[in-house]
Design a protein around this ligand. Structure first.
Ligand SMILES: [Fe+2]
Ligand SMILES: [Fe+2]
Length: 138
């Protein structure tokens, strides 16, 4: 796991813990960790950039535990949060855009086209994760 992935994971866990304390739902343990695990497996299988996919998976639902924006647009707000966090960490611009697209396009229900295999890995990992943990259908 690279430094940037560690930093993003740390920030995500902080937000998930705060949300869990408030509402008793653990986004990390009940959903996001499965998406991360599945997406990394898919990225390796399709031989695409594991770091981009892992960051996309970590950030894909971050708007919800952050309580930023309406849930129906958590992909849009998530992409904004991803931009802020990755900019703060000086992540290269081109890679940042690829991570943001993974976040924006992860939702099967929104009929957003996936333009890259990286985006498809995060979207598919999200769907598979709902079978790992059925109560987390968003
Ligand atoms: Fe989502
Ligand atoms: Fe999700």
């Amino acid at each position: 796991m690279s430094g940037i992935v560690e930093s993003i994971k740390e920030e995500l866990l902080k937000r998930c813990d705060a949300y869990n304390e408030k509402y008793g739902y653990d986004f990390w343990n009940d959903h996001i960790k499965y998406v991360v695990k599945n997406s990394v497996e898919l990225a390796k299988k399709y031989d695409v950039d594991v770091e981009i996919v892992e960051l996309g998976a970590l950030l894909h639902d971050i708007a919800m535990p952050s309580e930023i924006g309406p849930r129906e647009e958590h992909n849009v707000y998530g992409a904004k949060i991803a931009d802020e966090l990755l900019t703060e960490l000086n992540y290269p611009e081109d890679k940042k855009e690829r991570v943001k697209e993974c976040v924006l396009r992860h939702r099967g229900s929104k009929k957003l086209p996936r333009n890259t295999i990286e985006e498809q890995c995060v979207a598919d990992a999200d769907v598979i994760a709902h079978f790992d943990c059925i109560p987390s259908l968003f």
